[in-house]
Design a protein around this ligand. Structure first.
Ligand code: PMP
Length: 298
């Protein structure tokens, strides 16, 4: 198991910077018992000038707020104050390339009733940027994503991630690197913690919004496509259609842009280094460190 903190690690909790090893939460919290909390996954990078920069900080903290409000949580933080606290917690831990995990959690409450307050913690741990050399073997999951009529699927609520855990563990138990989940209508949805794209004849496709988490990396990839004049389309498609693709990748804050070798052992025919997906992967790596992308033609 990874270690996320040691005796020197500092986290932010409800306005204070405290030692991770001494921070406490209430074991009667509604969050722990029912998965009723919301969170974000953010990254900071050392940019080309050597400064620590949180990638898309405003977008992530706005999504955190929207997730909390979607769950009827009283949310009284400003995005500015949380971004400031995040930079401070990075500084106190001496981190530049890091993963940042803000979590909004509930007080002690064994009922399902609404709370009058909520709490926050921001935890950080070191994470080196990914170079994109590994390719994933992906398996179609036997689990579907949660039905959007049963959950507010656009919110990043902790309880939704039981579905992700089941799918990811199933894929690994079957010897694959990661799972691909469909939606309740059997269209391709997303990975357990990442959005998905495929490439066919130089064009990119990604599932439309509605049954997926609207990923900030997904939006960044679409932005990059528009800038590099790579055609991109949001639509619903099936697993069978994906298996006829030239290439595919997952994208997410933690995953960044990561190519696939195969889906259910069907190997993608195009060499990763010759795909437009690879160009996007490189452009993403440049973007997070604030380096200008040279629009190189393949
Ligand atoms: N889908 C799911 C289910 C996720 O958990 C994540 C990670 N937050 C993503 C997609 C990708 O979102 P983002 O690019 O905002 O990290």
């Amino acid at each position: 198991m990874a270690t996320y903190y040691n005796e020197n690690t500092i986290l932010y909790q409800n306005g204070k910077f405290v030692k991770a090893s001494e921070a406490k939460i209430d074991l009667y919290s509604q969050s722990l018992h029912y998965g009723y909390s919301v969170f974000e996954g953010i990254r900071s990078y050392k940019n080309i000038n050597g400064e620590t920069k949180i990638f898309k900080a405003v977008k992530h903290y706005e999504r955190l707020k929207n997730s909390a409000l979607a769950m009827n949580m009283p949310y009284n933080y400003t995005t500015d104050e949380l971004i400031e606290a995040t930079y401070e917690v990075l500084k106190k831990n001496n981190f530049q390339d890091a993963y940042i995990r803000p979590l909004i959690y509930a007080p002690a409450n064994m009922s399902f009733a609404k709370n009058t307050e909520c709490f926050i913690t921001i935890e950080v741990w070191e994470m080196a940027p990914f170079l994109g050399d590994k390719l994933l073997r992906v398996m179609t999951s036997s689990f579907q994503r949660p039905n959007p009529k049963g959950f507010k699927i656009e919110a990043k609520a902790a309880g939704h991630y039981v579905n992700s855990i089941l799918a990811s563990q199933e894929a690994k138990a079957n010897g694959y690197d990661e799972a691909l989940l469909t939606d309740m209508n059997d269209f391709v949805a997303e990975g357990p913690g990442a959005n998905v794209f495929f490439e066919k004849d130089g064009k990119l496709f990604t599932p439309s919004l509605g049954n997926i988490l609207p990923g900030i990396t997904r939006a960044t990839v679409i932005e990059i496509c528009n800038e590099l004049e790579i055609p991109v389309e949001e639509k619903l498609f099936t697993i069978d259609e994906m298996k006829k693709a030239d290439a595919a990748f997952f994208c997410g804050t933690a995953a960044e842009v990561i190519g696939w070798e195969s889906l259910d052992d069907v190997v993608f025919p195009k060499k990763w280094n010759e795909t437009v997906s690879r160009r996007i992967q490189k452009a993403y790596v440049d973007r997070v460190i604030e380096k200008e992308t040279v629009n190189e033609l393949v």
